[in-house]
Design a protein around this ligand. Structure first.
Ligand SMILES: [Fe+2]
Length: 239
């Protein structure tokens, strides 16, 4: 069972996250000091801007350059993407290439605009027809949008997973409803969504400390176990 950061922009020079190998190495050191074993490298993917093959090639180059320096240091990286929702994506070829490597897990970023019924239906098809294990990225960032409230409720009825940013557990005012979601099984995983060092930094440890203090060690262990099984980490393949 591993401590997993489910959301990061740790790969250098590929999106608005880390700018250099040096910055990434500092971020990896910070994550390592917080006990992170595995980081999902979820660089932004926008279908409107990127062709999948170009994205994959850039990601591969960034990863290989990093590995020349990183070697075995710090958390293990698993390549993936934070895939921005787009109309028609439930019928798009090659979405499989954007899952977290070794799994059918798709980290999906919903739009920061009013959602439509057809958008929600597409998410449902990604789950039920395409058999992706969808993780909704930082769902809490949409919870302040009243127009999407009913759609969020519909999403929470589906067999998918919800990732919350560690940062959102640090302010006492926002923390309460999120802790309730974790308790009810409506939120499942934590990510740092780290982009750099000075701000939006690797902070998974702080978020985990809040979860452990409020919900207990057994809860954290169960979360780590579920995450490890979902991503088939440590030879554990039962989901
Ligand atoms: Fe992100």
């Amino acid at each position: 069972m591993s401590v997993i950061d489910f959301h990061s922009h740790i790969l250098p020079g590929i999106d608005d996250g880390s700018k250099s190998t040096e910055m990434t190495m500092t971020m990896l050191r910070m994550a390592s000091e917080q006990g992170v074993d595995v980081m999902l490298a979820t660089s932004h993917f926008y279908a409107s801007r990127h062709r999948i093959e170009d994205f994959l090639a850039r990601r591969r180059r960034s990863f290989e350059r990093l590995m020349e320096v990183k070697k075995d240091f710090g958390p293990e990286l698993r390549l993936g993407a934070e895939v921005a929702f787009f109309s028609g994506m439930s019928r798009a070829d090659r979405l499989e290439d954007l899952t977290i490597e070794g799994s059918r897990v798709l980290l999906l970023e919903m739009p920061f605009t009013a959602w439509r019924r057809s958008d929600i239906r597409e998410v449902e098809e990604l789950v039920s027809k395409r058999n992706f294990q969808v993780i909704l990225a930082h769902l809490e960032r949409y919870m302040g949008m009243p127009e999407n409230k009913k759609w969020i409720e519909e999403l929470l009825e589906m067999p998918l997973y919800v990732q919350i940013n560690a940062e959102s557990l640090l302010g006492w005012r926002r923390r309460r409803p999120l802790l309730k979601m974790f308790e009810r099984g409506q939120a499942h995983f934590l990510g740092s969504d780290c982009h750099r060092v000075e701000s939006r930094e690797p902070n998974l440890g702080k978020g985990r400390a809040v979860l452990e203090k409020k919900l207990g060690k057994a809860f954290i262990n169960a979360m780590d176990d579920r995450g490890s099984r979902l991503l088939r980490i440590g030879g554990n393949t039962d989901v």
